[in-house]
Design a protein around this ligand. Sequence first.
Ligand SMILES: Cc1cc2nc3c(=O)[nH]c(=O)nc-3n(C[C@H](O)[C@H](O)[C@H](O)COP(=O)(O)OP(=O)(O)OC[C@H]3O[C@@H](n4cnc5c(N)ncnc54)[C@H](O)[C@@H]3O)c2cc1C
Length: 394
Amino acid sequence: MSLKSSKSGSVVIVGGGFGGLTTALSLSSCKERPSIILIEPRPRFVFSPFLYELLSEELESWEVAPSYRSLLASRGVVLINGSVENVDLEKKLVITSSKEVIHYAQLVISTGSQIDDLGVDGVDNHALVFHKYEDVGIVKSLIKRLNMNEVANKNIVVVGGGPAGVELACKVADLLEEHCSVHLIELQDRVLKNGKSFNQEQIEQALRKRSVRLHLNSRVLSIAENCVEIQNVLEDDAEPYNLGFAGLIWTAGMKPSIPFGLPDSLVKGGRILINSKQQLISHEDVFSIGDIALDIDQLLPQTAQAAMQQGEHLANNLIAYRKDQELTPFQFIDRGEILSMGIGEATMTGMGLTLSGSLAFKLRRITYLSKFPNFALSIKSVGSWLLSYGRKSF
Ligand SMILES: Cc1cc2nc3c(=O)[nH]c(=O)nc-3n(C[C@H](O)[C@H](O)[C@H](O)COP(=O)(O)OP(=O)(O)OC[C@H]3O[C@@H](n4cnc5c(N)ncnc54)[C@H](O)[C@@H]3O)c2cc1C
């Protein structure tokens, strides 16, 4: 069937993270490849699950954060290095930070999430974060200064006992010398409150083994230059106490990065409302996936795993939409959870397996590298015979 003229223009993808890049690459492999424009401000794609390995130098930059130019070479995707400031759904265009106006036939919004300070005073000015490629170098130099006794205080504080916080606390503890301490602050009564129970137990053991000091049921009230004010939430009227630090890393909050211009009726809790076929509830030519999207009938985890599965599915739906064919609902397949636990160790629950230790660490690496957006790059890191195993597991 031939394309209706209104559907035959460019597919414009805003945000080249796990969801957007997977969509672009999957679309580019389709037989009837449309014109694809990817708009992304960062020069490098960041494979965030491996940021910890970049910190410990178990992996190198080219493996964890390849440039978009290398990933998209000869894929027929036009890359615009910029950020979308406004979306006009009626005129079917987006406007970038350099005031470039780009028209779309179909739009994909996959702008992910960003750090949320949760209203805590001092996060912006006194906390480090661990989200971008550049953050790794900052944390690395802090660890180096501590190990070389260049700072008086010997504490590193990690705020947030979710996956990012516990993985980071274990890795930092392994990198610090004995005279330094890692403190982990968590509001709930256990770390990884929503994690798989096997992983939760393994992580708790890993934190104990590394002498990470846990502050459970603890709320951060404010952060000053070298000091954090904490309150125990279990005791009524508990006196807040101060903990000094050489560096504090905030992993406690994330919020959606929504571009301007979307009407409030299309947004809930800062996320874009979509239907099961990944379309905005009132604009069938606009799609959204990843951390930013919300299908209230199928609540998905905000993970790379979910974003990549959505991206692959969306490429097929976009082709179907352009050909006036029926779109198919997205179904998430939970392939489990794998968490690193310091240098050379991990814990995994999924694929019918519960496993921890060095084998889990190797499987984690194989699994993730096999899902790397550019297959050719990942082949340099692991044997290709292992990749098919990993592909089925993420
Ligand atoms: C340290 C860390 C470790 C993690 N580990 C894991 C893990 O082990 N397993 C797992 O499944 N998940 C993990 N995650 C979560 C995972 O990274 C996210 O869930 C995933 O990146 C979501 O994909 P996304 O495409 O929605 O957003 P992202 O991958 O964040 O991509 C969004 C992209 O949009 C771009 N963008 C933002 N605003 C604009 C704009 N206005 N215009 C144009 N572009 C824009 C951003 O630059 C970014 O490249 C981790 C996250 C972090 C930070």
